[in-house]
Design a protein around this ligand. Structure first.
Ligand code: HEC
Length: 318
């Protein structure tokens, strides 16, 4: 056997098997088990150590044995070691177990009386590998029948339906908490200083080229006054940053490059710039924004998804 699995194959393969068995058997979440639990790492080391120790002892005994053998014994051992795999004792034993076949010398005793036009038949025993497979199918059939026809187990179609329902529930559950599926009608103003600081950081990276660091406006409109072209309030601002401005104006849809949860932070930060009156800010553009739930959607419909708060006509404001 040793010849077919030399030590540099044996040791790594056994080690890998042990490793995989541990990985498979221990529920360690995302992390591999050996990182999660130090004791697993210790076990792995011990196992590797044991493997190497066994190899060293085995090869030492082998050497001693060979030295103690007579010349004849040594030749015999060499002959056995060099037999091709299919003639080795191990292979023969396994085949015998699996097939229980009789050697060609014994065929005379197996011959049936019948002679079909010169074709004769042997009364061989059924090969055990086949018989056990057959028993396995019988057990399978019994279990199958009990499960699906007596206890009315789910068939594949019902299983599919159930899984789909469970998956839909899971998606709903996920959407409730996943910030990255945020939409304009769920978004709220974030007043947590950490969120606003992150919002400012992202604003400084992405937005200042057009809106200026203080929000006073440049290529893009002034974000510090109460006038809004596309609607004020967190929902409209979020929507504008997500979807971009009017065609050809230069404000792109940032949802392609920034996560919605981050856009909520930027939008909140933008709203904190209200009323800061930076020096030489851009002329106000758009209408004065009044946050009112009752506001009727503006006819020009600049903002479609955030209909619960829309720009009010400047005239309605004192
Ligand atoms: C390439 C220049 C440019 C960049 C970069 C830019 N914007 Fe704009 N932004 C504009 C322009 C132009 C408009 C006006 C759009 C319109 O009139 O439809 C605008 C409009 C807006 C509005 C609506 C203002 C209003 O009065 O309704 C908001 C809010 C806004 N931008 C926020 C941002 C944020 C936040 C970023 C960074 C993520 C950003 N912008 C990056 C050019 C830019």
């Amino acid at each position: 056997m040793k010849k077919y699995f030399p030590v540099y194959v044996r040791v790594p393969v056994l080690f890998a098997l042990f490793f995989l068995a541990l990985e498979y058997g221990i529920d360690s979440g995302e992390q591999p088990a050996f990182m999660e639990y130090p004791v697993v790492l210790v076990l792995l080391f011990l196992f590797l150590f044991a493997l190497i120790a066994v190899e060293i002892v085995a090869s030492a005994t082998d050497k001693v044995m060979t030295r103690l053998m007579t010349e004849e014994e040594r030749l015999e051992k060499e002959r056995l070691d060099n037999l091709p795999f299919t003639e080795s004792e191990f292979y023969k034993r396994v085949m015998k177990k699996l097939t229980r076949s009789k050697g060609i010398e014994e065929e005379g005793t197996l011959l049936l009386d019948h002679d079909y036009d010169g074709i004769k038949e042997l009364d061989n025993e059924l090969p055990p590998w086949w018989v056990y497979l057959f028993y396995a199918t019988i057990i399978f059939a019994v279990v199958y029948m009990a499960r699906f026809h007596i206890f009315e187990g789910d068939n594949q179609a019902a299983e599919f339906e159930k899984e789909m329902i469970a998956a839909e529930l899971a998606i709903e559950e996920y959407k409730k908490t996943a910030p990255d599926l945020l939409t304009a009608d769920q978004v709220v103003f974030l007043d947590d200083p950490a969120d606003l600081a992150e919002g400012k950081r992202l604003f400084d990276v992405n937005c200042v080229v057009c809106h200026r660091a203080d929000g006073g406006g440049g290529i893009g409109p002034n974000l510090t006054d109460e006038h809004w072209i596309l609607g004020g309030g967190i929902k409209n601002v979020f929507n504008t940053v997500m979807e971009g401005g009017r065609d050809g104006k230069g404000m792109v849809a940032w949802k392609v490059s920034i996560k919605p949860s981050d856009i909520a932070k930027i939008s909140s930060y933008v709203l904190t710039l209200q009323g800061t009156n930076p020096p030489d800010a851009k002329e106000a553009e758009g209408e004065i924004w009044v946050d009112t739930e009752e506001a009727v959607p503006a006819e020009n419909g600049a903002v479609e998804t955030a209909t619960d708060s829309v720009p009010a006509a400047a005239s309605t404001v004192e």
